[in-house]
Design a binder for this molecule. Sequence first.
Ligand code: KG4
Ligand code: ZN
Length: 340
Amino acid sequence: MADEPIVLGIETSCDETGVGIVRGHTLLADTIASSMDEHARFGGVVPEVASRAHLDAMAPTVESALAKAGLKFSDIDAIAVTAGPGLAGALLVGVAAAKAYSVGLGVPLYGVNHLAAHVAVDQLEHGPLPEPCMALLVSGGHSSLLLVPDVTREVISLGSTVDDAAGEAFDKVARVLGLPFPGGPYIDRAAREGRGDAISFPRGKVDDGTLDFSFSGLKTAVARYVEKQGDSVSVPDVAASFQEAVVDVLTRKALQACRANGVEDLLIGGGVAANSRLRALAQERCDAAGVRLRVPRPGLCTDNGAMVAALGSNLVAAGAAPSLLDIPADSSMPITTVSV
Ligand code: KG4
Ligand code: ZN
C-alpha cells in the first residue's frame, strides 16, 4: 500500500551500524557499515572501537540508505532505534542519532528491543508473523527461546544460555582451531569437509527438562580434545562434530518449546541462523514434527537496520505510543520490554 508509513530504523548495538528503511513491511533499503575489520585482530568486538566507528559511520549510512531507497529526509514518517540490549556506548550513538533525526524531522521516535527486532525482521521476507510463534535467537550475544504472542506487545522468555551464547561458542572454538574471527562462517565451511559424528562432544543441558542452553562445557571439551590431538587434529572433523553438538541441542530444545506450548511456527534468527547445518537440521526436525519453519535470509539474520525498521513499522501500525525524547540506552534491556 502506498500510504503505509515509511520507517527508518537504526541499529548500533554491537559492531554493525545498520540503517534500514521500510514502507509497511516492504524493504526499501538496508545499509550496513561494519567495524569488524577493526576488531578482528583483537579476536572480539572492542566496545570503545565500536562506538567510535558508529560515530563515523552514522550519518553517511543514513544518507546512503536514503539514496538507495530513492527517498528524501522529508519522506520519513517515523524513526526506530535499538535502545537495548547491547554495548552501552555503541547503543548510545544510535539512540542519540535517532533522537536528533526525530526532532529535526518532526517525526515520532520508537526505541525498540534488539531481540524483538530480530523476530520482527522475518516479516520483510515471509509476511505477517503467525501469532503466537516460537523464536530461537542465536547470535554472538544471545541464545534465547522466545514465545511471541504479539511482537508489538508481548514476548516471553522461555529459556536462554546460562553461559556462552551459541555464536560466542563458535567464535571461541574457531580460535582454538586457528580459524579467523568471527569464527562461525569458517566453522560452517570447514565442517562441510568433515564428519559430524567423528567425535562425540557433550550436549550441555540437553535432557535437563529446561529450555536453557549451556555451551561452555562443550567449548572446554573441544579445547581439551584439540590439545590432546596436537598436530594430528582434523580441523574439519572437529568443526563438524562441534557444530553438530550445538545445532542438535538448539533444534531439540526449540521443538520441545513448540510442543510444550502448542506452537506450530518456529522462527530462527540471529547471526548463527546463517549456519547451513542448523538450517538443514531445523528443517528436517520441523518437517518431522509438523512445525512450519521460517528463517530469514542470512543478511537479515545478522544485525541490521531493517529489523529495527520492521519492528518500528509494527509499532506504528499497532498505534503504540512513541518513545519520549529522554529514553536511555539500556544495555541490559529485558525482553519483556519490546519498546520504551
Ligand atoms: O547477529 P550477529 O551478527 O551479531 C550479534 O548480535 O552477535 O551474530 C554474529 C555471530 C557471530 O558469533 C558469528 O560467528 C555467528 O553469528 N555466525 C555464525 C555463522 N555466521 C555468523 N555461526 C555459525 N555459522 C555461521 N554460518
Ligand atoms: Zn543481534
